[in-house]
Write a protein that binds this ligand. Structure first.
Ligand code: F6R
Length: 358
């Protein structure tokens, strides 16, 4: 039930801090240490390469998951869009483990890949889903649950945050089990991220104002970032287009000069995320390039990397966990942009919550 909330989407965004806390709890053992099912850990250990398969927002979470498994656990990963994988299968490694990320667990595009790789080719599969007993969960060998509670709004918000958090937990536990030196306490860092998300969902007035200032009359919008911020840019653009119908594109800052910068006109809104220290100067350089061509740039920077003129400063979290936090202002900005345009936020046109046709 959405209770006093005008929309499920708003309620679900507000739930995000508690979803992260729930995940910490659900994946902690009796000693208070992060853990995952032994069989899943073993499957991750056995694999020489992970193939993450997903669609839409879940695909965007998968891109972040790739970095987690590679950087934290040292396991090579490929990420593929479900609907492409079926007819454009890459050469597979010797011992692949397939990971399906799906909020609903019902996405037909992902299921057709699962049937192919598991039933026809005999490879092991793990599903990361919000819905216990869903088709993808039943048909895979293993399941990791998101513990996000039902997500009703068509635009996925809390499930994305949950996917990123669960991927971090799985990679961390696998990394520890492999005896890797990890210089982070993930449990503590996730708790810090939960608090940071809370700070952002408590800044709704500011985010509504940003939507008003940048998107009121916009026909299109761009989201840029580098490294993890690039993946979050893609998710921010998807959120905006699906609920406000503003044409939006998320891309890597460095790609601007290879074509997209031609689209920048006087007043074009450009949202730039600055949360990755090693590329902060580069992305700020990109912002200067678009501003010089008239763009209306909105810089969202992480505490410690902020500069004068930035529009929003988000609380500092571990550099690998920034997507959990930086996505939240983009969700809220999209929500208010859609609201200002009187769009049906929870049920955008042409979309269904779970896409059960290929
Ligand atoms: C975007 C959105 C979709 C879904 C996609 C996959 O807000 O909700 O892009 O992420 O249809 O759905 P699941 O995760 O249920 O497989």
């Amino acid at each position: 039930e959405k209770g006093t909330y005008p929309h499920y989407m708003l309620k679900e965004m507000d739930e995000q801090p508690s979803v992260v806390r729930k995940i910490i709890q659900a994946y902690s053992n009796a000693d208070g240490e992060l853990t995952i099912d032994d069989n899943i850990l073993e499957a991750l250990k056995q694999a020489d390469r992970l193939y993450i398969i997903a669609a839409g927002t879940s695909y965007h979470a998968g891109l972040i998951g790739k970095q987690y498994f590679e950087k934290i656990a040292g396991i090579p990963v490929e990420v593929h869009i479900s609907s492409e994988f079926g007819y454009n299968m890459p050469l597979l490694s010797e011992k692949p483990l397939f990971i399906f990320i799906s909020q609903s667990g019902e996405t037909a595009d992902s299921r057709q890949v699962l049937v192919r790789v598991k039933e026809e080719l005999g490879y092991p599969a793990l599903t990361i889903t919000n819905v216990p007993g869903s088709t993808l969960s039943r048909e895979a060998d293993y399941t990791l649950l998101l513990h996000a509670g039902p997500e009703i709004a068509v635009a996925s918000t809390k499930a994305y945050v949950a996917q990123v958090a669960v991927l971090a937990v799985a990679a961390y536990v696998a990394g520890k089990a492999a005896g890797r030196e990890l210089d982070m306490d993930l449990k503590q860092e996730l708790a810090i991220a939960a608090n940071a998300i809370q700070t952002i969902v408590d800044s709704k007035n500011e985010l509504e104002q940003i939507a008003e200032d940048y998107l009121k009359i916009a026909r299109n919008a761009f989201f840029i970032g580098r490294n993890l911020d690039y993946y979050v840019s893609m998710e921010g653009a998807l959120k905006l287009k699906e609920i406000s119908y503003i044409q939006a594109e998320g891309f890597a800052g460095g790609e601007l000069k290879h074509g997209t910068i031609a689209l920048i006109e006087d007043g074009t809104p450009v949202f730039a995320i600055v949360s990755q220290e090693q590329v902060a100067l580069n992305i700020r350089g990109n912002v200067k390039e678009v501003v010089a061509r008239g763009a209306n740039a909105c810089i969202i920077a992480m505490e410690g990397l902020e500069e004068e003129g930035d529009r929003l400063v988000i609380p500092k979290v571990h550099s690998l966990l920034t997507p959990l936090v930086s996505v939240v202002p983009l969700q809220l900005i999209s929500y208010y942009a859609a609201l200002h345009r009187r769009c049906d936020v929870d049920k955008p046109r042409n979309l269904a919550k779970s896409v059960t046709v290929e």
